[in-house]
Design a protein around this ligand. Structure first.
Ligand code: SAM
Length: 345
């Protein structure tokens, strides 16, 4: 099995069967060797740098009903909120002072944030902070809408494909949503010149190792600039409330594999990873991750953007969050930098 890690490190690919064996292996020696090689690869391209993305959760309203998500439309217990233009700008101001050079506006699919609103706020942020990147994560929209927002100045778009397997996609989403459209959106975004982030949840209900291999293959095809993966964590008010959460071991295993398959990728150590283990993000950083996405949303709204149970960092101000992360990143042996942090290809 160690030779598989060696092969992946050297050739950036394995056969399906080899990938399945590597993902399934529970040998701790393999995990440690994979971690070392992943870390060596990230350091070769990005040194010890950790890029920050300031996450602004603009809306907890969503028209979709994804079975795993705490802000799904049918969750009547979810508290809904929307950030105003002023709220968003104040998050950016705060973030800029703290050294953030990327702002990510993320939310449920909420028609309130139409193209006019989004283009206006994107222009305003780019005018005020020309040295910053604007990232959007607003779900599936028309090509026209993506085009307008790109022309207004948006640089990047995060849209996890969630799973590249049609059958699994159907088990995780209602009938009115399709993998085909999700993939189409990702290819549209790439064509428009966005730096794109795809990704999936690890340990989602019904997910098999073969499904994970399909995810890796899909991303080899798409060639995104960022890959966001984190463990699935149940939310108590969703149909998946009694499902098992994804494990730390499997998430780290996949992070290591992804770093070796996509050596120059931007790879976040996600909040979900920090939620299932107190040192999850540090372990992610040591296994090839080079991005962290701290929360810049106003504290009074944070608990309302509850995608899954026990989400961390919902109680502190952005400055406290940054201080805490700085210590964590340093303790893991890396350094937070105040840069836009573009992908190097
Ligand atoms: N609406 C946008 C979209 O669809 O891309 C952005 C917001 S969506 C809530 C952001 C991501 O949260 C999803 O892509 C999904 O992978 C993740 N997520 C939702 N529920 C989750 C859960 N229970 N556990 C872990 N991640 C979850």
């Amino acid at each position: 099995m160690l030779s598989l890690v060696e092969k992946l490190y050297e050739t950036h690919d394995l056969t399906d069967e080899e990938l399945i064996n590597l993902i399934k292996s529970e040998d701790s020696e393999v995990s440690e060797f994979l971690r070392e090689k992943a870390d060596e690869t990230r350091q070769k391209y990005y040194g010890k740098k950790v890029f920050l993305r300031g996450l602004i959760e603009i809306s907890s309203f969503c028209k979709n009903n994804c079975l795993y998500c705490g802000i799904r439309r049918d969750n009547k217990n979810a508290e809904r909120y929307r950030l105003s233009r002023e709220d968003i700008l104040s998050c950016c101001e705060n973030g800029y002072e703290l050294g953030f050079r990327t702002f990510v506006m993320q939310g449920g699919e909420d028609a309130y944030y139409n193209d006019e609103f989004m283009c206006g706020i994107i222009r305003e942020i780019k005018n005020k902070y020309p040295d910053c990147a604007v990232t959007l994560s607003l779900g599936e929209r028309s090509n026209q809408s993506y085009k307008r927002m790109k022309e207004a100045g948006a640089d990047r778009y995060l849209l996890r494909h969630e799973t590249a397997d049609v059958e699994l996609y159907k088990k995780l989403h209602p009938n009115n949503m399709s993998l085909e459209n999700r993939k189409k959106c990702l290819f549209n975004l790439k064509k428009l010149g966005y730096q794109v982030g795809a990704g999936f949840m690890v340990g989602a209900p019904f997910q098999t190792v073969e499904n994970l291999v399909s995810d890796l293959r899909f991303m080899q095809h798409l060639q995104p600039q960022m890959i966001g993966i984190g463990p699935f964590i149940p939310h108590h008010d969703t149909p998946f409330k009694d499902e098992k959460q994804g494990t730390l071991e499997l998430t780290l295993r996949l992070l290591g594999i992804i770093r070796l398959m996509f050596p120059k990728i931007l790879l976040p150590a996600t909040t979900a990873l920090g939620t299932i283990s107190p040192t999850g993000r540090e372990m992610g950083l040591k296994t090839g991750c080079n991005v962290i996405m701290p929360n810049l949303s106003p504290v009074k709204f944070r608990k309302k953007y509850e995608l899954y149970d026990n989400k961390i960092c919902t109680g502190e101000e952005a400055a406290e969050c940054k201080g805490c992360l700085q210590r964590r990143v340093q303790s893991a042996g890396y350094e937070i930098v105040s840069e836009k942090g573009d992908c190097i290809y």
